[in-house]
Design a protein around this ligand. Structure first.
Ligand code: IMP
Length: 436
C-alpha cells in the first residue's frame, strides 16, 4: 500500500484539501504534519462520500462544504482515521470547535489521533504576534503561528502531553505567560489573562480529546509496517517553507517533503508518491515577492473567476500567471513524482495565456528560482504566450474533451517539469476532475 504525500507547489491555496478528500476514500490514515489554524482546506462534496449527510431515506444529499483548519481533509470518510502529528501547533479551542462541526456533518464520531508531542497554540500567541508587529510586517494569518513555533524552538512551548499532567501544565503555562506579561506590562489584553483560569479552561476543554493523545510516530510506523494506506496532507506550501521559501515572507513550519520526516516521524523514503498540487495560475496571500503577479484587470479577472479569497481570513488573494521557474524549484526540492493541476477552468476566456519560463534579473536570464528575497523582488518574468480557449471546462471528464489549447497548456507544464500531470481539476466539486 502506498504512503502518499500531497504538497503545495506554490504559495498555498492550491486545492490540496479537495485532492486529499478524493484520495482518502481508500485511505486508512490521513495525516497533518505541519502548521495549525493558518491552513484552510475547503472541501465541497457533491455526493455523500461514506457517511456524510446521508438522508434518512438513504438518498443523495446536496453539495456540502466543510472548511478544515486543523483536522486533515480525509476525515470526512468513515474508514480514514485522522492524525494530527507533532509538527503541528494546535489551538485547543479551534480543535474542539472543529471536532464538533465535523461530528455534526458526518453524523458520527471521527477517528482521530493527536500526537502527544504536538505543541499547543495558546491564547497569548496571537496577542504576541500582534504586539511584535509581525502580523502587519508579513501580513500573516494572525493566528499566532510564528510565536507558537518560536516557543517550541526556545524550548518553552507547552505540548499535548502536558495536558495529561494538570499541575505541571498549570505551572508551565504560568511561567510562559508571566514571561510575556513582563515584556508588555501595560498591554491590557495580555495582562487580563490569568494563568490559573486559563489552565483550568484549557484542561476542561481537553476532556473532549484527552483520550486521543497518543504516540503517533509509533502509530504511523506500525501502520506502514502493516501495509496501510497513508496520506500526508501538507498545509501551506513550498514557497512558504521556513527554510526553502521566500524568507522572511514565509510561515514558520516545513510544508515540504522533509516536514513529513521531522513533523510526523516517518522516513521520507517510505513515501512512494509525492504529489505536488499547483493551480493553473498563481496566487499568494500576504506580502512578499511574486514575480508573475498580474496587477490590473487580468489579476481582477483571475480573482473573480477563481473566487480567490482566503478560506481562513477572507483576504483577497494576489493573482497572477503560472510561474514555471518556481514550479521547477518546487518539483526539485520535494521530488514530486507527479503533479495535480487545479482550477484549469478559471483560465477559460483569455485570448492568450502568459506562462513564465525564466526570469530576467539585471539583464541576466535566470532559469533557477532565487529564494533570496532581494533578488526575487527584482526579477522580471520572461513569458511564453500560449493560445487561450473560450469553452467552459467544468463538464470535461476526459483529457481528450479539453479544448486543444488547454491540452497544449497542460503538455507544456509536463514538458517543463519532466513529470506527469495525473489529475486536472475543472471545478470545486469533488466530481469535476479528469484523472490521467
Ligand atoms: P502565518 O503562517 O500565519 O505565520 O503567515 C505567514 C505567511 O504565510 C503569510 O503571508 C500568510 O498569508 C501565509 N499563509 C499561511 N498559511 C497559509 C495558507 O494556508 N494559505 C496561503 N497562505 C498562507
Amino acid at each position: 500500500m502506498p504512503a502518499v504525500a500531497v504538497l503545495g507547489a506554490q504559495w498555498g491555496d492550491e486545492g490540496k484539501g479537495k485532492l486529499v478528500h478524493l484520495l482518502a476514500r481508500d485511505a486508512d490514515y490521513c495525516v497533518r504534519f505541519n502548521g495549525g489554524t493558518n491552513a484552510g482546506h475547503r472541501v465541497v462534496t457533491s455526493r455523500v462520500p461514506t457517511v456524510v449527510g446521508v438522508g434518512a431515506n438513504g438518498g443523495e444529499t446536496e453539495a456540502q462544504e466543510f472548511k478544515f483548519h486543523l483536522i486533515p481533509a480525509g476525515a470526512l470518510h468513515e474508514g480514514c482515521a485522522a492524525v494530527l502529528a507533532h509538527g503541528m501547533v494546535i489551538d485547543p479551542y479551534a480543535l474542539v470547535a472543529e471536532l464538533e462541526a465535523l461530528k455534526e456533518l458526518r453524523g458520527s464520531e471521527p477517528e482521530i489521533y493527536i500526537s502527544s508531542n504536538a505543541h499547543l497554540l495558546l491564547p497569548y500567541h496571537p496577542i504576541v504576534e500582534r504586539l511584535e508587529g509581525s502580523q502587519s510586517a508579513l501580513d500573516t494569518t494572525a493566528k499566532g503561528i510564528g510565536p507558537a513555533y518560536r516557543d517550541k524552538a526556545a524550548r518553552i512551548g507547552l505540548r499535548m502531553s502536558d495536558l495529561l499532567f494538570p499541575q505541571r501544565f498549570t505551572e508551565k503555562l504560568a511561567a510562559v505567560l508571566e514571561r510575556y506579561q513582563r515584556i508588555w506590562p501595560d498591554h491590557p489584553e495580555l495582562q487580563r489573562l490569568r494563568a490559573q483560569e486559563l489552565a483550568h479552561e484549557i484542561l476542561r476543554l481537553a476532556e473532549g480529546f484527552r483520550d486521543r493523545i497518543v504516540d503517533t510516530v509509533r502509530l504511523l510506523n506500525d501502520a506502514l509496517d502493516q501495509n496501510k494506506y497513508i496520506i500526508f496532507e501538507g498545509a501551506q506550501a513550498t514557497l512558504l517553507d521556513l527554510d526553502l521559501g521566500t524568507y522572511p515572507y514565509v510561515t514558520s513550519s516545513t510544508p515540504t517533503i522533509g516536514g513529513i520526516g521531522s513533523g510526523a516521524g516517518v522516513p521520507p523514503q517510505k513515501i512512494s508518491r509525492v504529489i505536488g498540487v499547483a493551480k493553473a495560475y498563481t496566487t499568494r496571500v500576504g506580502l512578499g515577492p511574486f514575480p508573475t503577479e498580474a496587477l490590473g484587470s487580468a489579476g481582477d479577472r483571475l480573482r473573480a473567476a477563481g473566487q480567490e479569497f482566503g478560506t481562513t481570513t477572507g483576504r483577497p488573494r494576489r493573482c497572477g500567471w503560472l510561474d514555471l521557474v518556481a514550479l521547477r524549484y518546487a518539483a526539485m526540492v520535494n521530488g514530486f513524482t507527479e503533479l495535480a493541476l487545479t482550477k484549469l477552468d478559471v483560465l477559460t476566456g483569455f485570448d492568450e495565456i502568459p506562462v513564465a519560463t525564466s526570469y530576467r534579473y539585471h539583464g541576466r536570464v535566470l532559469h533557477d528560482f532565487p529564494t533570496v528575497c532581494e533578488i526575487l523582488q527584482e526579477c522580471e518574468p520572461v513569458y511564453e504566450k500560449l493560445p487561450g480557449w473560450h469553452e467552459p471546462l467544468s463538464d470535461c471528464r476526459e483529457f481528450s474533451e479539453l479544448p486543444r489549447a488547454a491540452q497544449q497548456y497542460v503538455r507544456l507544464i509536463e514538458d517543463e517539469l519532466g513529470i506527469p500531470i495525473t489529475m486536472i481539476s475543472v471545478g470545486p466539486s469533488d466530481e469535476q476532475n479528469l484523472w490521467r
